[in-house]
Write a protein that binds this ligand. Sequence first.
Ligand code: C2E
Ligand code: MG
Ligand code: MG
Ligand code: MG
Length: 285
Amino acid sequence: ENKRAIKNTDPIFREHLLHKHERQRFIKIGLNQAIEKRELHLAYQPIVDTQNSATCGIEALLRWQHADELISPAEFIPVAEKSELIVKIGLWVLKRACEESLQLCKQNKLYLSVNISAMQLKQADFIDDVRKVLAQTQFPAQSLQLEITESLILEEKDTVAEVISTLRQTGIRIAIDDFGTGYSSLKQLQDVPFDAIKIDRSFIINMTEKDIAILTAADFIARQLNAATIVEGVESIEQLNSLRSLGFKQYQGYYFARPMPADALPAWFETQLNLPKTANEKVDV
Ligand code: C2E
Ligand code: MG
Ligand code: MG
Ligand code: MG
């Protein structure tokens, strides 16, 4: 099937495809041993709440240092998701994140947010695995948030919705990640119970009239459903001020903090920006 696809294309594209396949093979093989070789680690990015003038959570983001290269999760997660590798890696992420951030979350009253792939949710023992990790690490379920992205495969939608409901009953929060992109549609909101939506950064890059209409509508939906709205990818004071005037309160983005290693977090908490409390008050750069 691949061969035929390649044969029909022009030489430049053919070369590109070959490179792509080689690269994917390279990633797949390397990733298979990444845990044993201790090549994986986590970075954490603060999620801030300007209303309470405080950091409310941290998102764990996977990093892979392979030989000399720091390979982006945007590249290797899709490869891991194609095989069942994501199941093993996802569990490693959850456990490591709970271990590494337990003290920090307790001391600063934070929640820990962890990305979960649809493939993980479909594993029969996912709920058990999560419970085990919480028990082993003593991490409180109430302080854990799971971020879900993929459009759930339709046939298994009921099972997945049930798994999510069960997890929520144990106190775990559910966030819909990358909201507004093809993967996180209104259909998903209909099917799955959730506590927060994370609005994709593509909606705040240009802030066109259309973007603002969509942002406002998304926030309205979240409010009606008693869910929080987190805006992702805030990089500038201008973006922040526009978003604040629209009534948004929770943000994640380089403007506040970049993802950082666990051991850099305590220092960040000591020196973090003094966030303004009211919507009219502008933030000093
Ligand atoms: P995501 O879950 O939407 O995570 C947010 C991404 O946006 C992160 O990219 C973060 O570094 C980046 N980001 C945060 N603030 C800004 C900003 O102000 N500007 C810009 N340009 N980017 C910002 P990262 O760490 O490269 O991760 C990419 C994606 O890989 C994640 O998107 C998530 O879908 C996936 N991923 C990362 N770690 C895991 C994991 O442990 N499990 C799974 N299943 N997926 C993961
Ligand atoms: Mg996320
Ligand atoms: Mg995600
Ligand atoms: Mg996202």
